[in-house]
Design a protein around this ligand. Sequence first.
Ligand code: SF4
Ligand code: SF4
Length: 254
Amino acid sequence: MSQAATTRVQHTIGDPLSDDPVVSRDTLEEIFSDIQADLRYDHELNGCLNCGICTATCPAAHYYDFSPREIVQLLWTENLEGIYDAMQEKIWACAQCYTCAARCPFGNSPGGLVMLMRETAIKHGLQSAKDVLRPFSRVLLKVISTGNQVSPDMIKPDHFADWGPNISKVEAPLKVLRQAIPVPTLNTTETSWEVNLKTSIELYTIWEMTGVLDQLETIDENLFDVITDIMDEKREDWEDWLEEQDEADEDDED
Ligand code: SF4
Ligand code: SF4
């Protein structure tokens, strides 16, 4: 979701850089401009009191070297190098729970700003984005090839041999954990929804039109190739099905 320009995009960004930035000033400015140019930026950053309420209530801040206050301050002060540095690791600690947004007296959404930084990291193909998203390639493949989600009961040692011994830790307490943490649904392979071919084709169009597939190609070219082949096959199946329907209609008319 981006637009050509917002009221906050400036022609010159005044933040001084160190003598030896890790990437060029042009790259730093381009990344920051991409974050700013998103339509949501103006809604999610309104100023910052540096009060730290967001960090005090942030679950990720309790466990990681991460502070939503710091993220907001970096953006608010247009600290180009700091923003780039935070995109190497810190932004991936956020749990996207939006507790911060509910508490900030300025109406900021630090979690929403983190999301913009993540999307920009993907757009620019930053290594941090590739590293963080690689373990999810199987889920992406499953969702795109079947249109469906991975339900907890599918996480079995037999299906995830490449996870090694760690899979047994996941499988054993999963049901207990999900019962302990209330979630709206507890889908299994029996109860999760089925996606028909037409819906899959429509989803492909949405992913193409919204740039999701371009993003995927940026971060994982091999997965993109596999998924593109699957999409082509499904589209052919859909065309065949439509032709069969036309022929059946014609037979009915005769
Ligand atoms: S959305 Fe992210 S930054 Fe905000 S409270 Fe949750 S984990 Fe922290
Ligand atoms: S983002 Fe909001 S809650 Fe967090 S430090 Fe700034 S003003 Fe305080």
